[in-house]
Design a protein around this ligand. Structure first.
Ligand code: NAD
Length: 488
């Protein structure tokens, strides 16, 4: 890929400079073909200390300028994302393995997230009221201070933009920790923010693994942490950050159920379900993972198999992230087979000509899965869908409600009444009606329920304003000569 010429080893970005350290380095492999494309330092708590110091120094000035001034940087940054979209998309493709189209869609979403951030001055208008004669109460939103954002591998460009633009526009300064599997997109974020005029120290990047995350959770001067990743780690981070008295929102894994009713439009449903389970090789927290087919939906399953067979690994279907991920996904399929389910489309043991070192799993459809099987309960995070047959809608909703997760759920039907029942009774934060990936667009906020999210606020949209700010309440008396009582 031509972009390889511009890639170098990754360093931490602290106070506006990329800094080398002498720590052990981890190789970064492209999942497309398994070749080494970069390396990153496995940083320690002292790099977090340095980044926090830089962010603390920068906070006073950055938080003192007006919101309208801060958004000017993000108007420029948004334009830079647009100008560089081809390069940024290729970078995502190279480090994550998704297709170019999927990578570009991710950067487009990052642009939309910036559009929400620059609209903050139109949204945040502080409240003032004369609460008794001559006495005014005013509520203002103020930033928290130094905050942190911890990120997963599956959206190297978009997910960091869930937190970074809003947190910074609202006056905070930030330490970002990218996934050690995909650290390259964040490097360009730092460079482009600098080009857009962001003052040094406002945005810092510290690379590494678990040790960096623990140092973030423990640092007394970090006021809030946003985390996106697996439920296992979300629980660790949420507990550790909040026990250190920080605000935390921690988004975890998912097991999204799509309920398909027999009256659903067959072609539209089949294409939507297949796109949802296979997009980004199934490595989306909004991907369809279980399809609950109500009554007789065999004609829809037949069309799904037809559609899924058209996907070409290494071309229209990207790779999964690592050889471990490929192994894990294939083990789940084998386990389902051993448990008595029927593999009606099998994506195991795929190699792509010319990319033999890459990590590919073909689209996989498993029928006659039962709710207690591991493929029905656990997050697989690959292009695999498990079909559970239900006799009626009540049983289908019960199956959905039985999941520990609760990111998304969807229903496919032509009946408004039945769709409404699912909307009301599904136990998930984001619901789709005839849509397989029901991601709320800005200004609606993103966030699931149950073990898919820990913490009070959502991570994007209006929910994030609450998360990244605190209210200052000022009471002012404009007529000091007036009689004094408890209300004045
Ligand atoms: P992950 O939990 O393995 O890693 C996320 C981050 O945590 C990384 O930066 C990693 O370095 C760090 N980390 C890993 N193990 C750690 C440990 N033991 N202690 C402290 N830090 C640790 O997640 P991933 O594999 O990078 O991403 C995929 C997961 O993210 C899936 O479960 C997916 O559903 C989830 N995800 C959820 C959402 C959502 O909105 N709910 C969005 C994207 C991804």
């Amino acid at each position: 890929m031509e972009i390889l010429n511009t890639i170098r080893d990754v360093e931490n970005y602290i106070n506006g400079k990329f800094e080398k350290n002498n720590h052990l380095r981890l190789d970064v492999l492209s999942p497309i073909d398994g070749t080494k494309i970069s390396s990153l330092p496995l940083s320690k708590s002292r790099e977090i200390d340095a980044a926090v110091n830089a962010a603390k120094q920068a906070f006073h000035k950055w938080s003192s300028i007006t919101l309208k001034e801060r958004v000017q940087v993000f108007f420029k940054y948004r334009r830079l994302l647009e100008k560089n979209i081809d390069e940024l998309s290729k970078l995502v493709q190279l480090e994550n393995g998704k297709t170019y189209g999927e990578a570009k869609a991710e950067v487009e979403k990052a642009i939309e997230l910036c559009e929400f951030a620059v609209s903050m001055p139109q949204i945040i208008v502080n409240e003032v009221q004369e609460v008794s004669k001559g006495v005014e109460c005013k509520v203002e939103r103020k930033p928290l201070g130094v905050v942190a954002s911890i990120n997963p591998f599956n959206f190297p460009n978009m997910v960091p933009h869930w937190s970074m633009p809003n947190a910074l526009v609202l006056g905070n300064t930030m330490i970002m920790k990218p996934s050690e599997l995909v650290p390259l997109s964040a490097v360009r974020m730092g460079e482009l923010l600098k080009e857009a005029g962001l003052p040094d120290g406002v945005f810092n990047i510290v690379n590494g693994g678990k040790e960096v995350v623990e140092a973030i959770c423990d640092h007394p001067d970090i006021k809030a942490v946003s985390f996106v990743g697996s439920t296992k780690v979300a629980k660790i981070v949420y507990k550790r950050a909040t026990s250190n008295l920080k605000r935390c929102v921690a988004l975890g894994g998912a097991k999204n159920h799509l309920l398909v009713l027999p009256d659903a439009n067959p072609q539209m449903t089949a294409s939507n379900v297949v796109a949802s389970m296979s997009g980004c090789a199934g490595q989306r927290c909004m991907a369809a993972s279980v399809m609950v087919g109500v009554d007789n939906i065999q004609h829809i399953i037949d069309k799904m198999v037809e559609d899924a067979k058209k996907l070409v690994p290494g071309d229209t279907l990207g790779s999964v992230i690592s050889s471990e991920a490929k192994k894990r996904i294939e083990e789940y399929i084998t386990q389902a087979e051993n448990d008595g389910a029927k593999i009606i489309l099998d994506g195991r043991n795929i190699t792509v000509k010319g990319k033999e070192g890459g990590y590919y799993v073909g689209p996989t459809i498993i029928d006659h899965v039962t709710p207690e099987m591991s493929v029905a309960k656990e997050e697989i995070f690959g292009p695999v869908i498990s079909i559970i047959r239900a006799k009626d809608l009540d049983e289908a909703i019960e199956i959905e409600n039985g999941s520990n997760y609760g990111n998304a759920a969807a229903v496919f039907t032509r009946s408004g009444g039945l769709a409404k029942q699912v909307i009301q009774r599904a136990s998930a934060g984001m619901i789709g009606v005839n849509i397989g990936v029901p991601v709320p667009r800005e200004p609606f906020s993103f966030g699931g329920w149950n073990e898919s999210k820990f913490g009070v606020c959502d991570i994007t949209g209006r929910g994030s304003i609450e998360f990244w700010t605190q209210n200052k309440k000022t009471t002012t008396k404009w007529n000091p000569e007036a009689q004094t009582n408890w209300m004045s």
